[in-house]
Ligand binder design. Structure first.
Ligand SMILES: [Zn+2]
Length: 138
């Protein structure tokens, strides 16, 4: 079973998917990714757009074996085999989940330094969908 994301919903998240666009609270400086309209730390509603670096550290990860992932990733899995999905703490503070790329799952380690790269996720409704994935910094 797949996880359907409508084309309008996908298009509304292009800024964060393509550029790691987040928000910083103008009052307390808290940084959010995905971006928020209101600061959950202080309740302030003036948020500044920022671009996150994409650099981070793997906090933990799992390996998705055949048949265990959403069906939209079946083509990827048929080409590459098992793949890792990591929880990454970005250097600006937010944590985010992303697929690993250019990385054999057996070689991934907790504490690995990674950076975000723009990659194809899958095709849905005739549109190739892109987003960030993470690759180890060597
Ligand atoms: Zn705030």
């Amino acid at each position: 079973m797949g996880s359907y994301i409508s084309l309008p919903s996908y298009l509304n998240t292009i800024e964060q998917r393509y550029r790691l666009g987040g928000k910083r609270c103008e009052k307390c400086g808290a940084i959010f990714f995905p971006p928020r309209l209101i600061c959950s730390e202080c309740g302030h509603n003036r948020m500044q757009k920022i671009k996150l670096s994409g650099n981070g550290t793997v906090l933990t990860y799992t390996v998705i074996a055949k048949g265990a992932g959403p069906t939209e990733f079946d083509d990827l899995q048929n080409m590459t085999g098992d793949y890792a999905v990591a929880l990454v703490e970005l250097e600006e503070g937010p944590t985010v989940v992303g697929q690993m790329t250019y990385c054999e799952p057996k070689d991934l380690k907790i504490g690995q330094k990674v950076r975000a790269v723009l990659r194809v996720l899958y095709e849905q409704e005739g549109v190739v969908r892109y987003s960030y994935k993470f690759t180890p910094i060597t």
